[in-house]
Design a protein around this ligand. Structure first.
Ligand code: PLP
Length: 372
């Protein structure tokens, strides 16, 4: 069924910037260097400057960025990385791919993100790192998290796949941890027309290792592998396109903030009456998703679709409940389970949602109201 209002439509965003994207593609096609050439270098420089961090290493995906970040840190095999289960399964996959073990802790009902008491309680002699996830674009309280990490000497890898431009006390997410990972998957706030990712860090040594891990393990001496690196290079074409989109990231985030504010106003009475739950309001968020809590999700999805409105679920299966991670299931995570059963992402991408908030809110109100 074609929906009148899709949950997301990256191609509509791309179409807005088509002239500069076409120029970027043309430039790359005519370029003398197709691999790790001027486009990747320029994008790395630009994105690092945008974030306010010294080093950016373009890689092939957000998942690879997380894995390479762990590898660059040289974390010991079997070491535990504490993270949340309320995230993309890629967060867990990257940890396992890097030879470590994810240790899932619950999220807080107030922030829907890592519960600091549970985090502190989970630290044990096998713990080597913490991987906070800025879910739906809401930044984790990084100063507080770094204080805990510092006390126990733990590495911190920020999963910034949903948090391009998010800030905590005026400082960008991705600049607090020892290293951070971004994804440029098409639906992300900074999304290309294919896969892409980046590792960012303020540590020159980590940057050097990350660069090696993305390309055969080579360092200064091309052709000599210092590390057992694979191939996870950001493509020139994708870097050129991302470079054309980067100048529009802040205005896109501002438009997302407007949609978020409109939803909150339009849905306030529904939330006050307890028929839906609104997402936590966090300063510095970049509104990657606008997910509400509904109790009868399957029926709500169906009836929203009947009204021509697309919705999505992020994420139906918390990571600790997925078959691949059964060995790491650990203890019960009641808040994560509660959210995973109820979260429903409404359209938030400005190009598809901005003009339709009243209509979307009205449809949701009708659908979740008694006697509907
Ligand atoms: C999208 C995403 C990833 C994975 O990024 P890819 O580019 O799709 O590999 C990892 N973590 C989170 C939280 C994400 O949203």
């Amino acid at each position: 069924m074609t929906l009148r209002i899709p949950q997301a439509a990256p191609q509509v965003r791309i179409a807005r910037f088509r002239t500069s994207i076409d120029a970027a593609i043309q430039r790359t096609v005519d370029s003398p260097a197709y691999i790790l050439g001027p486009e990747v270098e320029a994008f790395e420089t630009g994105f690092a400057a945008y974030l306010g961090v010294d080093h950016c290493i373009g890689v092939n995906s957000g998942t690879d960025a997380l894995q390479i970040a762990c590898q660059a840190l040289g974390l010991p095999r079997g070491g535990e990385i504490i993270t949340v289960s309320m995230t993309a399964s890629a967060t867990g996959s990257a940890i396992v791919a890097a030879g470590c073990n994810p240790r899932f802790v619950d999220v807080s009902p107030d922030t829907w993100d890592i519960d600091f008491d549970q985090l502190a309680a989970a630290i044990n002699p096998r713990t080597v790192a913490i991987m906070p996830v800025h879910l739906h674009g809401r930044p984790v309280d990084m100063p507080r998290l770094m204080a805990i990490a510092d006390r126990y000497g733990l590495a911190v890898i920020e999963d910034c796949a949903q948090a391009h431009g998010a800030t905590v006390q005026g400082r960008r997410a991705g600049t607090f941890g020892h290293v951070a990972a971004f994804s440029f998957y098409p639906t992300k706030n900074l999304g290309g027309i294919g896969d892409g990712g980046a590792v960012v860090t303020g540590d020159a040594q980590l940057a050097r290792r990350a660069r090696a891990f993305r390309s055969y393990g080579w360092m200064e001496d091309r052709g000599r592998s210092e590390l057992a690196g694979g191939n996870s290079r950001l493509s020139e074409l994708q870097a050129a396109i991302l470079g054309a989109l980067l100048p529009h990231l802040d205005s896109g985030n501002a438009d997302r903030a407007d949609v978020d504010a409109s939803y909150r106003k339009a849905l306030e009475s529904l939330a006050v009456s307890g028929r839906i739950g609104l997402p936590p309001h966090v300063q510095g968020a970049v509104h990657h998703q606008f997910a509400v809590l509904v109790s009868n999700r399957d029926a709500t999805i169906r009836r929203m679709a009947e009204a021509g409105i697309g919705t999505a679920v992020h994420y139906a299966y918390p990571v600790h409940r997925q078959p691949a991670f059964s060995a790491f299931a650990g203890s019960e995570l009641p808040t994560t389970d509660h959210l995973a059963d109820r979260l429903l992402s409404l359209p938030i991408q400005p190009e598809v949602a901005a003009a339709h908030v009243p209509e979307i809110a009205a449809a949701l109100t009708r659908i979740v109201s008694p006697g509907a």
